[in-house]
Design a protein around this ligand. Structure first.
Ligand code: ADP
Ligand code: MG
Length: 394
């Protein structure tokens, strides 16, 4: 049987570049080599795509020779039909090009077309977290290039990334979410007092202030009083034009319990057992996630049977609410006193090292890491096949 060529995409321009390197290294190590041939594709922090040899070095943390670029997509369309017919063709390469995003479309026999230099893979596993990886941008490129890929599509990725839109979809699906207010940076810049008042009136302290689109807890802070609200918004506004401010679960006295559940599938997704994270810090901030030792994973989470069942059902509904596919980790906050559950967020490309929560929850549910990777690749191919059934015009 011919082996499938799997492009493992990693690195990227997000703050989670390094996490991605770790996740990808685990995937490359564990993937079933009798079925798959791995083509590692690295994206530098600057957004340059590297060929296999250099990509492997990047994966191992060695310095890279990034003179060789890859162009995965070749969207041949340009804005005007006239340009298409007779103009000088250009491609939009999947990397930020100095000064202009339009690269010359080479026709000279020696300077081959960008499409000729495209990577040749059957499916891509974008092991990319955060901005430009988990937000629909890379998914859009792969859609244009017509390459099957693992995980959520453009819509699910983008919706899952934007905490404001995600909450709107969760609410529409009748999922329990915390009370929140979304403000625009421009409104905050223009009338900070008014913005503060809006929050102050709608919510009780403590509140959590977050940039709508990011991850890894970057830009997030807990404001315990009105005095702390301004600085928290100021911080979050550095990272996004939308700021989400939420009621703190647990109130002033208690910390929220953090329960997570893994979901796998396309149209008929399944949920794993739920696990719990006990952060060393006051909340699960960036340093607790990646720098400090000691945050504890408890699998399965200490919950009653009905609670566990409820979480699994909510996780599947959250997955469907944002039109996800492939995989997602759904994170919950639980009030330790009342045991009331809230869906906090969905992560469409959760941390994926062999010891990350997502695969560990599947491990505890009976699906090992290598089999999980295998399943995800199959789901990606399935989704692509399903999409191929669509006709785009009469
Ligand atoms: N409403 C809330 N109540 C209590 N704790 C919260 C709340 N929102 C966030 N947190 C804490 O902040 C952490 C990061 O918030 P989260 O929304 O998960 O952002 P990210 O997408 O960066 O992971 C959570 O894991 C939790 O510890
Ligand atoms: Mg989170």
């Amino acid at each position: 049987m011919k082996k499938l060529r799997v492009g493992v995409l990693f690195g990227g321009r997000s703050g989670e570049h390094e996490v991605s390197l770790l996740s990808a290294a685990s995937v490359v190590k564990a993937i079933d080599k009798s079925k798959y041939e791995v083509v590692p594709i690295g994206i530098t922090k600057e957004g340059r795509w590297l060929t296999a040899g250099a990509a492997e070095a990047l994966l191992q943390g060695k310095p890279v020779d990034d003179t060789k670029h890859l162009r995965a997509g070749d969207p041949e369309a340009t804005p005007g039909a006239a340009v298409l017919a007779s103009g000088e063709s250009v491609v939009v390469p999947p990397e930020p090009v100095h000064r202009s995003s339009l690269a010359p479309f080479q026709t000279d026999a020696n300077l081959r077309r960008a499409s000729d230099r495209a990577i040749n893979v059957d499916v891509i596993f974008p092991v990319l977290h955060g901005t430009f990886g988990e937000d629909g941008t890379i998914q859009g490129l792969l859609e244009l290039a017509d390459i099957p890929y693992v995980g959520a599509g453009v819509l699910g990725s983008a919706a899952g990334m934007d905490k404001d839109i995600m909450k709107a979809l969760f609410r529409a699906a009748d999922l329990p979410i915390v009370k929140h207010v979304t403000i625009l940076r421009s409104d905050w810049d223009a009338e900070p007092k008014k913005a503060e008042k809006t929050v102050d009136r709608a919510l009780k302290y403590p509140v959590f202030v977050k940039p709508a689109n990011l991850g890894s807890s970057v830009g997030i802070s807990k404001a315990r009083s009105k005095k702390e609200l301004g600085p928290a918004i100021y911080e979050a506004a550095k990272f996004d034009r939308k700021i989400v401010i939420e009621q703190g679960v647990g109130g002033a006295k208690n910390k929220a319990r953090e329960i997570e559940c893994s979901v796998l599938g396309n149209d008929r997704p399944q949920a794993s057992v739920a696990g719990e994270i006990v952060p060393v810090k006051e909340f699960y901030d960036y340093s607790a996630k990646y720098l400090d030792e000691g945050s504890e994973l408890i699998i399965p989470a200490k919950l009653t049977k009905p609670e566990m069942k409820e979480i699994q059902e909510l996780a599947i509904r959250a997955f469907q609410a944002v039109d996800c596919s492939g995989l997602a980790r759904v994170d919950f906050l639980m009030d330790p006193k009342t045991r009331k559950l809230y869906v906090n967020e969905i992560n469409t490309m959760p941390g994926f090292t062999a010891i990350s929560m997502y695969p560990k929850l599947w491990g505890a549910t009976g699906l090992g890491y290598s089999d999980l990777i295998d399943r995800l690749i199959q789901l990606g191919i399935e989704r692509h096949g399903d999409k191929k059934k669509n006709q785009y015009s009469r």
